[in-house]
Ligand binder design. Structure first.
Ligand SMILES: [Mg+2]
Length: 224
């Protein structure tokens, strides 16, 4: 898509709760992309005496088959499926984890304004743990939820009612920021009123197509 977009107008007075995705939204998605598309195939190739190309084909086919499911995000699933210690391998790469510019300021500002700030990620708890270890984003959240806690990814509308059993929030006064347009669609269908798509998921990757959702490239555009 083109990089032309108008910065969204947000009336922060109408928002009590901010739901935030993690990977791509707060953190540079290149870490995950590189891990799955380069580092893991290389390790798999060495272990199984395949060429890198063969290993990539095998892993890409397996990953593609699980897209949009909870397995896609599940380190336990991939540890069994690939017979590789996926969580331990992620730890080897952890120095590459990066927070997007302005994210720490944005989170601090939400906290100052007394917003209820909740992370809702499809990431597995082990993935979440390594990212919290390597960044300071965790300090700014009232609550952090992994979709694995519910057994339901954000691509399933049920997650938004599961979340309401965990924490009080009024969908009509809630903002979701998520680079996953499937998640934005289920949230919209559930009645979450304010939706934003961060399209700049990494300096090393293409912009996301926001599929009609209000979009922004930099947190400076939406800073309260
Ligand atoms: Mg994401």
């Amino acid at each position: 898509m083109s990089s032309n977009h108008t910065s969204p107008q947000i009336n922060w007075n109408q928002i009590d709760t901010v739901l935030l995705d993690m990977d791509g939204t707060l953190l540079d998605l290149h870490f995950d992309w590189h891990f799955w598309m380069e580092f893991l195939p290389q390790t798999y190739a060495e272990k199984n005496q395949l060429s890198i190309e063969q290993a990539k084909q095998v892993i890409h086919a397996k990953v593609h088959a699980e897209k949009g499911t909870l397995n896609w995000y599940c380190l336990d699933y991939w540890t069994a499926e690939l017979d590789l210690p996926v969580a331990a391998l992620k730890h080897e790469m952890k120095h590459q984890i990066q927070v997007h510019p302005e994210v720490m300021n944005f989170l601090a500002r939400l906290q100052q304004l007394n917003k209820n700030v909740i992370m809702v990620t499809n990431a597995h708890r082990d993935s979440l743990a390594v990212k919290l270890e390597m960044t300071e984003i965790g300090d700014h959240f009232d609550l952090m939820v992994s979709a694995h806690d519910y057994g339901t990814p954000k691509e399933d509308i049920a997650i938004w009612s599961h979340l309401r059993n965990t924490v009080h929030y009024n969908p009509n006064r809630t903002l979701l920021i998520d680079d996953n347009t499937h998640a934005l669609r289920t949230a919209q269908a559930y009645g979450i009123r304010h939706l934003l798509c961060p399209i700049h998921v990494s300096p090393n990757m293409d912009l996301v197509d926001p599929e009609g959702f209000p979009a922004f490239k930099s947190y400076a555009e939406i800073m309260p």
